[in-house]
Design a protein around this ligand. Structure first.
Ligand SMILES: *[C@@H]1O[C@H](CO)[C@@H](O)[C@H](O)[C@H]1NC(C)=O
Ligand SMILES: *[C@@H]1O[C@H](CO)[C@@H](O)[C@H](O)[C@H]1NC(C)=O
Ligand SMILES: *[C@@H]1O[C@H](CO)[C@@H](O)[C@H](O)[C@H]1NC(C)=O
Length: 383
């Protein structure tokens, strides 16, 4: 603490303030998550079919509704809050919602898309739909709990909704949606205010349902992901020193600046909310730009895929099979050691990378205000 106090005055002031506040630990009894594949724990799988093997191989040893070899960042968040992993709201088999629910689905966008999953790959469960689900969940829970027995055990008490942590990790697909429809970077930029406006509305709707504590991830460096680099052509001069495509990363950073602005507006408009903005972008970019520092060998090349510069082929995603001599064989297999890869399948991060991301963001060093996850319920007075 002393070393920090002398190295950074503002952090010192905050830490000292925190130390003086009620134990600085929030005891969140539940978590409600909204998002895309970065935080899906089974939503898309429940509706459109299970993500295939080798998804889940490292940690769950079988597919577990996640688009990675193991856990996603919200799993690590839940674990550190002392909560079981979140059941997907859409998963009606074996779910326990007493400690929260996960509304995220892979392929989700903030704005509803005007295409089907089959046409574009984007989920119909956009953020507005996720909010509708949450609204239903919140309003039907007390009615169901009155039936007692298992309903009481599998659903949260009313008071949990105002004490829970509400997490958001969404926006990446809104950026790629435009590019995949052949829009230029300036066309994508032009619709960002609409996307951010819709995001802002949803957070205030959750507040109106009693939500108070918000943990909002910004969007990652999409220009470092093979599925973007392989699909959207750019010029050689637009590749940065790490090997990422700058135009997409610049748009992601534009989105993030706008998101931070939205968070500041929400703090004004929702006086009882504690809203933490979390700079996941910087952590993800560090893993890719300094892989060896975090124990990785391959920053861009995927672990699970087939062919090409990045071991990624859009037509043969992770787990894809083909008929060879009348036998079905897996063509897009996973690598020997996923923990050496930052990227799992061209789109998503490996469990090892997700663990690193969590390790960095939990401390508060990448957050505004710079409070640790365990203190995200504290409303920081303006410094
Ligand atoms: C649901 O999860 C909670 C922990 O959050 C646990 O105490 C409870 O026993 C679980 N209920 C059932 C029926 O498994
Ligand atoms: C979908 O279409 C509606 C009506 O034309 C339009 O307002 C909306 O912006 C479109 N959404 C997207 C993501 O393009
Ligand atoms: C985008 O452009 C490519 C190449 O010209 C074309 O094959 C594809 O159909 C276009 N996609 C859309 C959604 O217009």
């Amino acid at each position: 603490m002393e070393a920090r106090c002398s190295s950074c005055f503002f952090t010192a002031v905050l830490l000292c303030r925190l130390a003086g506040m009620a134990q600085a630990s929030c005891d969140f009894p539940a978590m409600f998550n909204f998002g895309d594949s970065n935080s899906d724990t089974g939503g898309l799988s429940a509706v459109f079919g299970q993500a295939p093997w080798p998804e889940g191989e490292t940690y769950f040893h079988s597919p577990a509704g996640r688009y990675t070899d193991g856990r996603v960042v919200v799993d690590f968040i839940a674990e550190s809050l002392g909560l079981p992993y979140l059941s997907a709201y859409l998963n009606s088999v074996g779910s326990n919602f007493s400690h929260g629910a996960n509304f995220a689905t892979a392929g989700s966008t903030i704005r509803p898309q005007n295409t089907t999953l089959q046409q574009s790959g984007f989920s119909p469960i956009s953020l507005d739909v996720q909010y509708n689900e949450f609204y239903e969940f919140h309003n039907r829970t007390p009615v169901a709990r009155q039936k007692g027995e298992v309903f009481e055990k599998l659903l949260p008490k009313e008071e949990v909704f105002s004490k829970a942590l509400y997490t958001f990790d969404i926006g990446q697909n809104d950026l790629t949606a435009g590019y995949f429809m052949n829009m230029s970077t300036s066309e994508v930029r032009a619709y960002l205010p609409d996307v951010l406006g819709q995001f802002k509305n949803i957070v205030s709707y959750v507040y109106s349902q009693g939500g108070r504590f918000f943990w909002i991830h910004n969007t990652g460096p999409v220009g470092c992901l093979p599925y973007v680099m392989e699909r959207v052509p750019i010029m050689a001069s637009q590749v940065d020193h790490v090997g990422c495509a700058s135009p997409f990363n610049e748009v992601a950073q534009d989105f993030n600046r706008g998101l931070k602005e939205v968070v500041m507006q929400l703090r004004q408009e929702l006086p009882q909310a504690a809203i933490t903005y979390v700079d996941v972008y910087s952590v993800k970019y560090s893993l890719i730009s300094h892989p060896e520092k975090y124990g990785f060998k391959h920053p861009l090349r995927t672990c699970c895929g087939h062919g090409g510069r990045y071991n990624y082929d859009i037509h043969m995603g992770c787990g894809a099979t083909a008929m060879v001599d009348g036998e079905e064989v897996m063509v897009a297999k996973s690598c020997d050691n996923p923990a050496l890869h930052v990227n799992w399948d061209g789109v998503h991060f490996t469990e090892a990378a997700n663990r690193q991301i969590f390790k960095h963001i939990r401390s508060g060093l990448f957050s505004d205000p710079p409070v640790p996850l365990s203190s995200a319920c504290l409303r920081m007075p303006p410094s």
